[in-house]
Design a protein around this ligand. Structure first.
Ligand code: ADP
Ligand code: MG
Length: 260
């Protein structure tokens, strides 16, 4: 009996591997023991195992999507202090975290001074999108411009654009940190206009709209870019000063109070 059980187990593991059901393989014995003890029927046993496999599969897929998004740091909405940034509407951010704006191909633009939480919120929203099953890629705007120019020089631009076209959500962080070259600005505009009504964009910038010409060079290109970007767009202003600076000042004054 013992050898038969062992032989069945070896075969079962083989079949489950061939069928790509790793969680069923890992959990079947444990769940079988529990079901036997609870007098649970075979169909319920199967249901429990398939549920575990599905849950694990979703988790693994979300992890893969998060990795593919290439976030420079992991940020979550839980760690965002909304009371420190009253211009950011928590209800709106929570709504955006549900991802419906991505189904509607809408954009989100975060505008505000450095250190005011724009990248934090953009990353956290994009991470929520990964968990919900959307395909996401995070770029610093300059990094994307560099990649576009390199791809153009190496004649792989079509491939890069095909990769971008597969995304549900593209994050362009720090738009406007350095002026783009003429060709860089045109390539970036091309990405933004291709994404228009097909891929959602989250853009963060510390530049007011009137200064975008300095980055994109021409007024015509700036007008056309803003036109596409801001049509069906939530604009969220992170008003005020740097969070880190504020925290550092608070810590220092708390220390001064305890020292005195
Ligand atoms: P920005 O992109 O606007 O320059 P960041 O999002 O990079 O700013 O924020 C700078 C740092 O401060 C990050 O480590 C971020 O997590 C943190 N931070 C900013 N605002 C908040 C906030 N309201 N609550 C918690 N952490 C914050
Ligand atoms: Mg930033």
């Amino acid at each position: 009996m013992k050898t038969l059980e062992t032989k069945s187990m070896v075969l079962l593991r083989h079949h489950l591997k061939a069928l790509r059901l790793p969680t069923v393989g890992a959990e079947c014995e444990k769940v079988a023991q529990r079901c036997a003890a609870d007098n649970v029927d075979h169909l319920t046993y199967l249901l429990q195992l398939t549920e575990l496999e599905l849950l694990d599969r979703e988790k693994r897929a979300a992890e893969r999507r998060t990795k593919a998004a290439r976030f420079p740091t992991i940020k979550t909405l839980d760690t965002f202090d909304f009371t420190a940034r009253p211009s950011v509407n928590k209800v709106l951010i929570t709504e955006l975290a549900r991802g419906e704006f991505i189904d509607k191909r809408e954009n989100v633009l975060f505008v505000g001074n450095p250190g005011t939480g724009k990248s934090h919120l953009a990353t956290a929203l994009a991470a929520c999108a990964c968990a919900k099953g959307y395909r996401v890629r995070f770029y610093r705007a300059t990094e994307l411009v560099t990649q576009l120019i390199e791809a153009r020089d190496e004649r792989t631009l079509l491939r890069l654009k095909a990769q971008l076209a597969k995304l549900d959500l593209l994050v362009l962080d720090e738009f406007g940190y350095v002026p783009a070259s003429k060709i860089g600005a045109e390539l970036l505009f091309d990405v933004i206009s291709t994404a228009y009504e097909r891929t959602s964009l989250i853009v963060t910038t510390n530049l007011p709209f009137e200064s975008w010409t300095e980055i994109l060079g021409s007024e015509r290109l700036t007008g056309a870019t803003l036109d596409r970007l801001t049509h069906r767009c939530r604009i969220i202003e992170t008003k005020g000063g740097s969070y880190r600076l504020h925290q550092a000042t608070k810590t220092r004054s708390a220390k001064a109070n305890t020292d005195s």
